[in-house]
Design a protein around this ligand. Structure first.
Ligand SMILES: Cc1cc2nc3c(=O)[nH]c(=O)nc-3n(C[C@H](O)[C@H](O)[C@H](O)COP(=O)(O)O)c2cc1C
Length: 182
C-alpha cells in the first residue's frame, strides 16, 4: 500500500505525531510519505491516507479542513484515518468525567466524517511550549478560564500514537480497510 500522511501544525507537535505515525507505518511494511497538508501535491496515486490537525479554539486548522473539503470525492473512495491533536494535561477526563480526547473534538467533526467517511477519527493529547506562542496566544493563556486547560508541557502519548498506527497497518494488511466504515 502507498500511504500519504498529511498534517496541519502551528507549533510543531502535530507534525511530530504525524511523523511518528509515518515511521510506525513504515516499520509495519507500508510505503509512506509524510508532509504538511499545504504541500500535499497530487494525491490520486495514494491508496490510503492519514490526515491530522491541531485543534485551536475548537477548530481544525484551516488548511486541513479545506484540504478534506476540496478532496472529499477522492478521499471518500479510499481508506482514510483522521486525527486531532488537542487536549493538554495529564488528566484523562474533564470535570464531567468525559474522555478529554472526545471532549476536545473539533467543531467540524461531523462535517469531516460526512465528507470522507474515515475508518476512524482519533484524538491525541498535544503539547504546548509557552516560549513558542504568539503574543495573542500568550494573552489568551493568561485568562483565568484558559489557564487550567492550557498547561505547558508535552503530553503526547507516544505508545498510544504508535499503537494507533500499528492498528492502521494491520487493518490495511488484512484487507478490511477497503470497506467504508460509514
Ligand atoms: C491559543 C491556543 C488555543 C488552543 N485551543 C485548543 C482547543 O480549542 N482544543 C484543544 O483540544 N486544544 C487546544 N489547544 C491546544 C493545542 O491544540 C495543542 O497545544 C496542540 O498540540 C498544538 O499543536 P501544534 O503544536 O501542532 O500547533 C490550544 C492551544 C493554544 C496555544
Amino acid at each position: 500500500m502507498s500511504m500519504l500522511v498529511l498534517y496541519a501544525s502551528k507549533h510543531g507537535s502535530t507534525q511530530g505525531i504525524a511523523e511518528r505515525i509515518a515511521v510506525t507505518l513504515t516499520a509495519a511494511g507500508q510505503r509512506v510519505a509524510v508532509r504538511p497538508v499545504q504541500d500535499a501535491g497530487a494525491i490520486d496515486g495514494y491508496d490510503a491516507f492519514v490526515i491530522g490537525s491541531a485543534v485551536y479554539m475548537g477548530h481544525w486548522l484551516k488548511p486541513a479542513a479545506e484540504f478534506v473539503a476540496s478532496h472529499r470525492e477522492l478521499l471518500a473512495t479510499r481508506p482514510v484515518w483522521l486525527f486531532s491533536s488537542g487536549p493538554l494535561g495529564t488528566e484523562p477526563t474533564d470535570a464531567e468525567g468525559k474522555d478529554l480526547r472526545e471532549a476536545s473534538e473539533p467543531k467540524e467533526t461531523a462535517e469531516l466524517l460526512a465528507a470522507v467517511h474515515p475508518r476512524q477519527h482519533r484524538g491525541f493529547f498535544g503539547a504546548l511550549d509557552p516560549s513558542s506562542l504568539t503574543l495573542p496566544e500568550k494573552a489568551l493563556r493568561r485568562l483565568p478560564a484558559a489557564r487550567a486547560i492550557m498547561p505547558a508541557g508535552d503530553f503526547r502519548d507516544w505508545a498510544d500514537i504508535e499503537q494507533w498506527a500499528k492498528d492502521i497497518a494491520e487493518e490495511l494488511t488484512t484487507g478490511t480497510a477497503g470497506e467504508a466504515a460509514r
